[in-house]
Ligand binder design. Structure first.
Ligand SMILES: [Zn+2]
Ligand SMILES: [Zn+2]
Length: 321
C-alpha cells in the first residue's frame, strides 16, 4: 500500500503518504530539468543551478511509485506560476499537534521533528501540547493480521473533528501527528497520512516507523531509522502543504514512494528543482540551511545524510567565493 498517497481530489485534495492522482504525464523516462537557472556572475544561485551532487531519478523497480503511477512532474516555473500556498504576515508558523498518548521516547522524537522541520523550512515551528484522542467509534475499525490485532483511525476524523476546528490564527499549516495507525476509507488497508491543502491541515501516523508495530525489538539502529523515516515523512508531507508536487527528476525527498523500502531509498534532501521552489517560497539562505541540517543529522547519528550536507555546503561555499 502506498507510502505516499497524495490524492488531489476535486476539493484540492489529498491523502498523503502520497500520490498525485490526476493529470497525465510522460514522466519518468523523460526528466525535464529544464528550468535550473543559469549561474549568475558571482555564483550566488549555484545551489540551484548545479546538480553535480544529485542523482537523477533511477529507472523505477516493478511496484515502485513511478512504475505504478504516471506523474507529470512540476518544474520550477510551473510551480512559481501556480499561485502556491505561501507563508505571509498572517500565516507565519507551522504547527505540529501531537494527538493521543506518546511514550517518553516518542516525545523525544517529537522534539527532534520540531527541530528538523524548523531547519528544513527555515520557518517558525511550534510543537503544541498533546491533545487526547477523542472517542470516535464511528471513525475507527479493528484490524487483524496473524496474531496481531490493532485499532485504526480514519483520517477524516482527525482532519475535520480535531484539527480544522482548532486551526491557530497564524498557522501556515497545522499538522497532526499520532502513533495510531490510519486509514482513509474502507477501500484502503492503511495510509501514512492525509492532508487538505485548502484547509491547511494534515495528519500523519508514525506508528509503522517503530519496530514495536512489527513485533520487532527496539535497538539503537531502529531508533535512528525511526527518526529518519519520521523526518522524511514530515518534510515530504509539509512540502505538499506548499503545493509542491511529486518530484520525477531526481532522487529527492519530494519523490513519491510506494513502499517503506522505496522511501528508505530516497534521500533526506531535496533536489535543486525542489530546493529552488521552497527557497523561492520562503526566501531562506540555502547554505545556512545546509549547515544546520548537517549539524542536526550529525547530532542524531544520521551520518550518511550529514556527510552529504557537508559536501554540498562546501561545494557551494567554494563556488560562491
Ligand atoms: Zn507525497
Ligand atoms: Zn525534487
Amino acid at each position: 500500500m502506498a507510502r505516499c498517497l497524495f490524492f488531489a481530489l476535486l476539493s484540492a485534495a489529498v491523502v498523503c503518504t502520497g500520490a498525485y492522482m490526476f493529470g497525465t504525464c510522460p514522466a519518468q523516462d523523460s526528466p525535464r530539468v529544464s528550468d535550473l537557472p543559469a549561474l549568475d556572475k558571482d555564483g550566488r544561485n549555484f545551489a540551484f543551478a548545479d546538480d553535480s551532487d544529485f542523482e537523477k531519478m533511477k529507472t523505477p523497480k516493478p511496484g515502485d511509485w513511478l512504475d505504478a503511477y504516471d506523474e507529470p512532474g512540476q518544474s520550477f516555473s510551473q510551480y512559481s506560476n501556480s499561485n502556491p500556498n505561501k507563508p505571509d504576515k498572517k500565516h507565519t508558523t507551522i504547527y505540529l499537534q501531537p494527538i493521543g498518548l506518546f511514550t517518553d521516547e516518542e516525545k523525544e522524537l517529537l522534539s527532534k521533528l520540531e527541530e528538523f522541520t524548523k531547519i528544513f523550512f527555515q520557518m517558525p515551528v511550534v510543537l503544541k501540547t498533546a491533545v487526547a484522542l477523542p472517542d470516535a467509534e464511528e471513525y475507527k475499525r479493528t484490524r487483524t493480521s496473524g496474531n496481531k490485532k490493532w485499532v485504526q483511525y480514519r483520517t477524516d476524523f482527525f482532519l475535520e473533528k480535531v484539527l480544522q476546528p482548532a486551526l491557530p490564527d497564524d498557522a501556515f499549516c497545522y499538522l497532526g501527528i499520532t502513533m495510531k495507525d490510519l486509514y482513509p476509507d474502507d477501500e484502503w488497508n492503511y495510509v501514512f497520512g492525509q492532508a487538505s491543502l485548502k484547509e491547511r491541515v494534515g495528519v500523519y501516523s508514525l506508528a509503522r516507523y517503530f519496530p514495536e508495530f512489527w513485533g520487532q525489538k527496539d535497538t539503537d539502529e531502529s531508533r535512528i531509522l525511526s527518526l529518519r523515516r519520521s523526518c522524511e515523512t514530515l518534510v515530504h508531507e509539509t512540502g505538499h502543504m506548499f503545493n509542491m508536487l511529486h518530484c520525477i527528476y531526481y532522487e529527492c525527498v519530494m519523490a513519491g514512494s510506494n513502499s517503506m523500502d522505496e522511501a528508505d531509498r530516497r534521500p533526506l534532501h531535496e533536489c535543486p528543482v525542489c530546493l529552488r521552489k521552497l527557497q523561492w517560497n520562503t526566501g531562506f539562505d540555502a547554505n545556512k540551511r545546509y549547515e544546520q541540517l548537517e549539524k542536526f543529522c550529525r547530532d542524531n547519528k544520521l551520518d550518511k545524510e550529514a556527510d552529504w550536507m557537508k559536501k554540498r555546503m562546501e561545494k557551494i561555499k567554494s563556488a560562491v567565493k
